[in-house]
Design a protein around this ligand. Structure first.
Ligand SMILES: [Zn+2]
Length: 566
């Protein structure tokens, strides 16, 4: 769906009168995707615990049928479950098995949980179907074969599955999918049993079908809840995280790492995924236990290069079909299993906790596997994206932005990655990674804000890091340095290097407090000194044994996000 058509639909929606109690069968106009919700509690008084989802798919049809039973923990009095849902016809809705009046308008189904009290569990069941406007993409794949893939980010789950569509409300899910027998069906979690012929009379049109049951035993965010179905070839890459995957249902305690690829592209895909099990092991060692039951790498219809759906990563079908090596994307999406999927930002405006982390940890795999030069090249690529980007005129955490797609920017990805790199440089590897492991372990399967991460890093490092988080995440820009240097000769060849470090960035940006290394070429090895640039102009003097060869190098090992003017 193009942006232009979205706009027309939005206008049409605004023109519709408000309906107090829609009749069964009524389908309100679709809403616009990717709009940030108003600040404040999202669905007060309710917490969804589990979604029991049944979906019937047909090859070559743009329609589907579905049913969902939602288990809700009631936390407030006179609770109402506000289910995000749009563009599909509801044919049945009950609470505890009884029909209730409900309101379905402006992208929300409001279901009163009458007669419940805090501490109760309510069960809300819906049946629905139709042609989804978004979210569940029912169309031919890149090779012209029929396919069905879910693509939810940021809050497009509502186009195919009624949910409290917010990353902070995590729930377990069980999917029962009836699909044409020639299709393979993937979803989050573990396969409950091998796919079996669909029972006569099951939901949906008949025909030669198989039923697949996937179940996620740990809570995940709605944007991660996916199914995918097409003719695919399944290959096992290997086993990983053995003994370090508490969610695994395998007897050996490992997770299976697989690829699900359209038959035409199996050979093309191989180089991109051959190290994917190794990546899982790397992140498990570095961060903590693998959080989910398995890891499937799936070629799919997604508008993104890759989408990190918990334990079922969806990659752009074109990217793989083109034969391009997308190993950098693979590492990024696998890193997301820990950051984004298992520890999730509680607000989209803290997206750097997902994207900045995946950008940085994705690059760390290559530092370990391919060496520091490869890693520095990736960080330099990130730096180049930030320097000169219009995005950095705003801060990384930017609650004013209401278009959630606009958050997929140079702040949340490369600058967010650099924030972690600078924190590592500031604290050193031991403290930094100890903090990362504590943060992961403490907030596993929960949703967090930046202040939670900051508090853990302060606790583990025993340092006040408020200045660091404030200047890099809540203020725009980065430092732009100008350096002047002169040699003040002393006795016997020794002397002082006087270095004037100026921060000359835009006045709209802060002056940054930047711990820096300054190094000179000297024999037999370089001479380095530490200093802090903290104001508009710092005059630094260093006693040196001999006059260095050549000019001083500011931060030669690349620990600071910056630009240097010649
Ligand atoms: Zn990402």
């Amino acid at each position: 769906m193009t942006g232009t058509r979205f706009f027309a639909l939005l206008l049409a929606g605004l023109a519709l009168p408000t309906v107090a109690a829609p009749l069964a069968g009524q389908e309100p106009a679709p809403i616009q995707a990717g709009v940030a919700p108003a600040p404040g509690p999202y669905a007060p008084g309710v917490d969804v615990v589990h979604y029991e989802v049944e979906v019937a798919l047909e090859a070559g049809s743009d329609r589907f049928m579905a049913a969902v039973e939602i288990e809700v923990a009631v936390e407030g009095h006179q609770a109402v479950l506000p289910l995000d849902f749009t563009g599909l016809e509801i044919t049945h809705l009950t609470v505890g098995g009884r029909g209730v009046p409900y309101l379905y308008e402006a992208g929300v189904v409001r279901v009163p949980l009458a007669g419940t009290a805090p501490g109760d569990t309510a069960r809300v069941a819906l049946a629905y179907g139709g042609t989804p406007d978004d979210g569940l993409i029912l169309r031919e794949n890149v090779h012209g074969a029929p396919a069905a893939f879910v693509d939810n980010w940021p809050n497009r789950t509502r186009f195919w599955l009624p949910t409290v569509d917010h990353p902070a409300d995590k729930a377990t899910v069980r999917y029962t999918v009836h699909a044409p027998a020639i299709w393979e069906v993937i979803a989050n979690g573990h396969l409950v049993a091998e796919p079996a012929p669909t029972a006569p009379g099951a939901l949906g049109a008949g025909g030669d079908r198989r039923t697949w049951i996937w179940e996620v035993g740990v809570p995940i965010s709605t944007y991660n809840m996916v199914i995918g179905a097409a003719e695919m070839e399944i290959r096992t890459i290997g086993l990983a995280a053995c003994g370090r995957a508490p969610a695994s249902r395998r007897d050996d305690g490992c997770v299976e790492v697989t690829t699900w690829i359209f038959p035409e592209d199996v050979e093309n895909a191989e180089p991109s995924f051959r190290r994917s099990a190794q990546m899982v092991d790397f992140f498990t060692d570095l961060i903590g236990d693998y959080p989910f039951e398995k890891l499937a790498n799936v070629q799919s219809a997604t508008r993104f290069g890759g989408m990190e759906n918990a334990s079922a990563i969806f990659y752009s079908e074109q990217g793989i079909a083109s034969g391009r090596n997308i190993e950098g994307t693979v590492s990024h999406e696998i890193a997301h299993q820990w950051f984004g999927d298992a520890v999730t930002e509680a607000s989209w405006h803290h997206l750097w906790l997902s994207e900045g982390f995946a950008t940085y940890f994705g690059a760390l795999f290559f530092e370990a596997a391919d060496g520091v030069a490869d890693f520095r090249e990736r960080m330099e690529g990130s730096r180049m994206s930030v320097v000169g980007s219009a995005d950095v005129e705003r801060s990384v955490i930017d609650p004013e932005e209401t278009d959630l797609f606009a958050l997929l920017n140079d702040n949340n990805y490369p600058k967010g990655g650099w924030v972690l790199h600078m924190l590592r440089g500031l604290l050193g590897d031991d403290v930094f990674f100890a903090g990362i492991r504590t943060y992961y372990e403490r907030y596993l399967h929960q949703a967090v804000l930046t202040e939670d991460f900051q508090a853990v890093m302060e606790e583990v490092s025993r340092q006040d890091l408020d200045w660091f988080f404030t200047q890099w995440l809540y203020r725009p820009g980065y430092p732009v340095f100008e350096v002047e240097e002169r040699w003040l000769p002393g006795e016997g060849g020794a002397g002082q290097a006087e270095v004037v470090v100026r921060q000359v960035q835009s006045d709209a940006w802060p002056r940054f407090r930047v711990p820096l290394q300054l190094c000179w070429r000297t024999a037999p090895e370089r001479t380095c000194r530490s200093a802090v640039s903290g104001s508009g102009e710092d005059v630094l003097r260093f006693e040196l044994d001999a006059r260095p060869q050549g000019a001083v190098a500011l931060d030669p090992d690349g620990w600071v996000l910056k630009d240097v003017r010649p």
